[in-house]
Design a protein around this ligand. Sequence first.
Ligand SMILES: C[S@@+](CC[C@H](N)C(=O)[O-])C[C@H]1O[C@@H](n2cnc3c(N)ncnc32)[C@H](O)[C@@H]1O
Length: 180
Amino acid sequence: MAPPSSPPTPWQRCRSSMLSGSGTWPQAGRPNTPLEHWTRTGIACVSAPSVYQKLRQRHGQAVSVYIFEYDRRFAVYGEEFIFYDYNKPLELPARIAAHSFDIVVADPPYLSEECLRKTSETIQYLAQGKILLCTGAIMEEAAATLLGVKRCKFIPQHTRNLANEFRCYVNYDSGLDQGL
Ligand SMILES: C[S@@+](CC[C@H](N)C(=O)[O-])C[C@H]1O[C@@H](n2cnc3c(N)ncnc32)[C@H](O)[C@@H]1O
């Protein structure tokens, strides 16, 4: 459910790659990790509400997903909604423990070093290890420095042509380089 009329995002293609119809997610060394794995761990969607929505739409309660978002319209998702302002990267509810998410998927709102640096603080607080970042091509160096992520061959597309080139960055074997 898109609060509101959620616009298509650069994640459109990325999501379908991650969320293969087989009910599995790509994972380092285990390309067909059973969906049950994701119910024991958790997925944090940081400034990436459409990823949260697609996961819920496709997998229902079979996955544990939280949405960290500034737009309070997403509060319709109840306890899974965590109000989040990248300007206060660690101002999170006490119930959100450090390193409690198996994977953090983030799409920071601005293409600036400051925004990425602050969002990275949040990502590092939340993540146990895996990080999937979607941001502009111009942020590649900062992303590598701040998060140790590398650009994927896969290029996210946007139905409305964006002025800035977008890319996906990961710090694990995501499968987003395969078949490209
Ligand atoms: C570049 S958009 C990415 C949207 C994403 N592709 C998705 O999944 O729909 C960034 C997101 O950051 C959110 N945002 C805006 N201001 C923010 C802030 N101060 N702190 C955190 N997130 C913010 C927007 O509401 C938006 O959902």
